[in-house]
Each structure stands twice: as C-alpha cells, then as structure tokens.
Design a protein around this ligand. Sequence first.
Ligand SMILES: Nc1ncnc2c1ncn2[C@@H]1O[C@H](COP(=O)(O)OP(=O)(O)OP(=O)(O)O)[C@@H](O)[C@H]1O
Ligand SMILES: [Mg+2]
Length: 409
Amino acid sequence: MDMHLSAPPIEVTPDDLVNLASRSAKMLERIRTQMLQPFPRKSPPIFPSGKLQELCGIDKARFAYLIKKGELPQGVQEKPGAARQFTLAEAIRWVRAERKPYQRPVGRKGKVIAIGNFKGGVTKTTTSMVLAQGLSLRHGRKVLHIDMDPQGSATTLYGINPHAEVTGDQTILPVVEAYVNGEPYSMKSLPQETYWENLHLIPSSTDLFNAEFMLPARVHASPTTKFWNVLNEALDELRDEYDYIIIDTAPTLSYLTINALFAADGVIVPVMPDTLSFASMVQFWSLFSDMVSGMRQFDDGAENMKVFDFIDILVTRMKTQTKAEASGARRSNASVVRDWVISTYGDRVLPVEIPDTTEIARTTTTDFSTVYDFPNYDGNAILFRRVRTAYDQLVDLIDSKACYLWDKE
Ligand SMILES: Nc1ncnc2c1ncn2[C@@H]1O[C@H](COP(=O)(O)OP(=O)(O)OP(=O)(O)O)[C@@H](O)[C@H]1O
Ligand SMILES: [Mg+2]
C-alpha cells in the first residue's frame, strides 16, 4: 500500500474536544473586535444625464425639453454647461414621470417573491438584491426585502454587518417568538430604511437560527400547528404597503425556508448550468412537492390549497462561449445542461440567462455590491453591459407578470 502521510491521524478524546472548544472560543474573543466592526456605509449610485436618459427610454432632445420645462428634478452641474448628475431618488422620479409604470390598483396586494434553491451558491442572494433594486429603480416600485438566511448575506449587501449591527429583535425572529408564545405581533415596525430609495429591509442575524428550534418545539407540543403559515399570516398587514416583498432564503429546507416559500406568490429558482446543480434540482422539486402536498392534509378544503402565481427557473452564471463553442465546433457543458433544463422544465424557464460575472468580480474592488450599484462601471465594460441588460430583462419580466396579475385579479 502506498502511504504518504507526513503525520499519523491524531486521536480525539472527549477532553480533546473540550480543549478544542475552549481554544476556538478564545480565538473568537481575540478576533471579535475585528469581526464586529460596522461595515462602511453604502451610498446609492449617481446617474449622469446619459444614464438617466437610457433608464427613462428618452432621447437627448426630450431630456433637454424636460429640463427646460423644469417640472422634474434638475440634478446638479459642477459648473454651468457641465453634464448634469442625478441622485437615485431623482432618477426614480424621472422614471415614474417618463416610463409611467402601471400602478398597482388600490386594494390589490403586493406580490411576495421568494428566491429559493436548496443548493448553496447558486446566486439566490444576488438575484434577490438585484430584483429588489431593479424593481424600485426601473419601475418606481416600493419594495421590502426580507433576509431569511441566518447567514445574513443579503443584509451585508446593504452595508450592514449582520453580526455586529443587527440584533435578533430587528429580524423576523419576534414574529416566530410571538407565534410560539401564542401572542399577537405586528410586523409593521420591522422594515428599516436603507441606502436605497423606496427599498426597505428586514435584516438577518445569526439569532435567526433560534427559529429552527422554536418552531419544531411548538410542533412537538401541538402537532396540528400550521408551522409553515407563520410568516404568511404575519406578512398580511405589509402586503398593502409594498408592491413587492422579496425574500432571500437559506440553501436548506429549514423551517424558515418553508415559511418563505409558503408566504410566496411567486418563486424564482436560480440554477447554475452544471451537472451537479441539475441533479440537485431533482431533490429540490421532490422536497418542495412533498412540503406542499404534506400541508394539504391540514387544509380545510380546496379553497385553502396553496397555489403559486408562478415558479420560474432562472439559468444563471452562464460562461461566455469560447470561439470553438460559438462557431458550433464544440459544445460547452453549460449549454448542454442548459438544454436539459429547458427540455425538462419548458415554459417555467425564464427566457433570460444571467452571464457569469467572475471576470467583473476580479476587476472591481468593492465587495457587497451588484450591477445596479454602479451605473457608470468602466472595468470590463462589455461583460458588465451584458450582465446589466440580462438583469434589466429579468426585472422587467417579473414586473410585467405582477402587472398582469394585478390587472386581472
Ligand atoms: N452572475 C454571476 N456570475 C458569477 N458569480 C456570481 C454571479 N452572481 C453572483 N455571483 C457570486 O457567486 C457567489 C454566490 O452568490 P450568492 O451569495 O448570491 O449565492 P446564494 O445562492 O445566495 O448562496 P448561499 O446558498 O450561500 O446563500 C457570490 O460570491 C456572488 O458574488
Ligand atoms: Mg444566499
């Protein structure tokens, strides 16, 4: 037998485990101040007049006419004759005036959209953030983003350190606590304003993990409890206030994820075009369908059956084709898997693909940001534009679905 061990395996006794635990706690104590630094505050993007025109779908002449008319924000000029710059809030006012987005009729509820896939790293958080930003920017919507992943990745995208700057009572944990204790609770005070106009956040922190113990304990004490309906019920009072409530979920079928999916009108499932991701989708569907069917037995009748407005699959992180692949001489694994996804899920696959942005990530120095945070990005400009266009299409597609539903309901 070929053995190249530089040292033999080290046996672990219970005392060793205690020692390891104490060493890691001591280490954490030492690095805590570093971990608990607040993040630098994020600022919203600034729009030069060219970008504003693009956003509103107007030409230079119309822009000049509207500036002269003086009814819309004028932006600022560094000196007379220089290009105008607009804040995000100003840009949104221009969008509302010029794009005239369909208004959600009074009495129609906002749409809850959960981003889910039990596989990790498939861009759930990024997709949720881009949707939240894009819906407010491109369609003037009022949006609430709920971070339901105890890891708090969505929270970090707002420039908030989930370990240092968020306490459990700012997350949706009190909703769960109140439910478990059989007390009433109003979610109205939870949404926080963020650096982004018209986009509010209910952040997450590691405390949210506690929900994963509280809910099963409650189920144990009273087995007929509708543990999946906690968020759905509590969200009701916010559905009038927001056009969209976007929920980011953890990559597990946890009690929180079940609550997010059950509260959702629409679900977006990002999937990466590789064989392993395709295979894990099979498990996602089987667990998801078990979950929804399992709840049926508790329902009082057909009218209580959970029906989703849509469940869409989003192919994401598509790598740019090589020359050989583009000419048809060779097929990339990604395009093969993408075809499997389409032939399996047909119309449920969104007609837009998100390109892989690894190249961009390498050239940007700013963490915690998305394509909507930099309207003037000039690094890898061609790829940036492709990604931005793809996300614009995604945002517009989702908004047109909601408008259709608001109009029809
Ligand atoms: N289009 C893209 N191309 C390449 N990398 C991307 C793309 N979108 C997001 N990423 C990066 O991929 C990583 C995973 O993305 P993200 O955190 O959004 O996934 P996730 O599904 O939420 O992960 P988790 O399951 O851990 O919650 C991040 O580093 C993110 O910056
Ligand atoms: Mg995530």
